[in-house]
Design a protein around this ligand. Sequence first.
Ligand SMILES: *[C@@H]1O[C@H](CO)[C@@H](O)[C@H](O)[C@H]1NC(C)=O
Length: 453
Amino acid sequence: MRCRELQAYIFVGALWALLQASSGYSPPVIQNSDGSLGGQYLIKIKAGYDIDAVAKEIEDLIVPDDSKSKVHAEIKHKIKNVVPVIVARLNFKAQEKIQTVAGIEYIEEDGIVKEENLASDKDTKVPKDYGLDRINQLDSGLDGNVTINGDGFGTNIYLLDTGIQDLHRDFECRARHAYDAFGGDGFDTCTGHGTAVAGIIAGSRYGVAKRATMHSLKVIGCEAETGSYENHAVSYVMLGLDWVMRNKVSPCVVVLALSTGGSRVLDEAVKTIHDAGCVVVAAAGRSELAKTDEGQPKFFPVGLGYRAPLPPTTPDPNKVDLDNYIHEACARSPARSPYVVTVAAIGSTDTVPSWSNTGLCVDLFAPGESIYTVNFKNDDDFFYASGTAMAAAYVAGAAAVHIANGVTEVPDILPPQVVNNLVKMKILKDTSTCMVLNAGEGTPNRLLYLQPN
Ligand SMILES: *[C@@H]1O[C@H](CO)[C@@H](O)[C@H](O)[C@H]1NC(C)=O
């Protein structure tokens, strides 16, 4: 945690204490700059407290026959493995009351999560496999060689997304449905985002790790079916990460080609996964919220879990360097976490598209614009997709290739997080540098590189 963030938490904690005029600790309520599911919260349990006991205390706040108290609290999930969290619906009265329950560290709004883009036009100027062609050479330009030295055999890739169309020919039965946060069969039925990402990670035709095993965790539902983002929430991603903690098989790579507007609980969860020995790869996110309809710079509402480099005083649009600030991957979770490999996108000319986030929290770039990959609609169809999700997919495939090629074969006296740091270091050391034309101020100018075969 950075000092400024710590100060913010302390400040809010103090504010709550004042407001409540009570003694003892009052857990801060953390907002999400992307908005949230109204009335739903992730309640983080303090170390040393029993989650079931705290849940019981919350439930006991409800006095069913007392119409005056009007406290509504409904516990939806108890997440125990990745980070101890109670997912609950709370009305305002319940939020007030809950301040008196011991063992709560903070209360975070259940924020909205987004897939990191999909729809794309075909770029007729470049070959369909330009992504593979670009990443297997240090220099710019394309030479038609799309080989990769390694295939990721024996690695387990856990993709938390919209599901995977596992029956697609391109996956050769290497993609499996592992978990569905909505209780369904895990199929990618809505946008095809998860299938497109999986095709880049491990598809046999245009994928990087052509023999890795893909485990699909469906944690993003169909927005079109409900007409809202209620199935796009941090809590579903947390359920998926909890499943990974319980069921993962090493060596493992966890892919989050999604993002939300700053979530402390999600950041803590990816750290747990990292410490348990899985390499976590995340999309840098997109900057579509940058401008208002009138074209004016839009300043994100400052949630408390939010760490964008906001100007210290009231923002003056004339003085703020918006180009740096609105593209900030540091404003997204899990992109801002130092425990993930955060990937921004380039197009075929080594140029960063306007929609890709950049900044200090980015670890490297990879192709992400007009990427030809697996189409979920047909068992043998392909189409074009764009986004930092696609860029993250190349890096996830690269992580699997490095693992299978033996990067992590070290004396097993080393703790798991050190071993998986070796993978991150390998990815970052092997990059081609200074190739990205408009990397953005503060962004490391590194582009994914894997040896050809
Ligand atoms: C790709 O490049 C590598 C390294 O230069 C070379 O060994 C290999 O034969 C090339 N493969 C093809 C299919 O061109």
